[in-house]
Design a protein around this ligand. Sequence first.
Ligand code: KIV
Length: 291
Amino acid sequence: MTQLPAAQTAQMKPSGSGRALYGGKGTRRITVRDIAAAKERGEKWPMLTAYDAMTASVFDEAGIPVMLVGDSAGNCHLGYETTVPVTLDEMTMLSAAVVRGTSRALIVGDLPFGSYQEGPVQALRSATRLVKEAGVQAVKLEGGERSHDQIRLLVESGIPVMAHIGLTPQSVNAMGYRVQGRGEEAAQQLLRDAKAVQDAGAFAVVLELVPAELAAEVTRVLHIPTVGIGAGPETDAQVLVWTDMLGLTGGRVPKFVKQYANLREVMGDAVKAFAEDVVGGTFPQEENSVH
Ligand code: KIV
């Protein structure tokens, strides 16, 4: 594998700004250089998905430093069963909304299934749309060794890339939703994938649903940050799908999710109270009326 040009590696070097990603004072947007500096300091950071401007503005005000406009929007926002049907047009529209709703977080736009698998040139064309039309500061794509050349061309073209290995939901029809990296051979493949995306110039890598010990090893071996989801406590960052962690998702959520609120109940109760007020004639009151 060839070395990245000096200009690209310089781009990934920490800025040395010393700005904490969470709880730091700065008001400008977080950059990939801030992310690299956090890894050098051994600082952990949180990441959440976001799919619309208003929710993203809440997370931005709460200090979430990195938001992912994930193609989990397919299941969590658009009503699809999986992420597979999500289109680049949909991701562009959702990503633009999240960018408009935020001023501080680094926004990562997900490349959906079918928008980069043909090869590096297709990946560059798709990523360019997310950067130019939606205004994201970075893109994410799935795959380790198999996506090396796509990542390399995007990074050489000036587009920061977050990689995603382990369980890759766009491949659900081939791999299902199973823990990845179990057993010696699978663990070695995950390590090769992690090194391949780092070598290609990715600024961070998502590890989804892999054994905690293996995620810890990958985190030790790599100089870029690992972002865990169902990957134990040792990764540099943790990401959750916001509708899962705030309890809006209906039905069962995966074991690795911690629910910090029950928005489904809060919203359902409020909506019923409104409906009962309307039916009972107690809304609107005088203070809700104009004359
Ligand atoms: O699409 C998504 O939300 C993701 C996260 C689960 C990492 O890929």
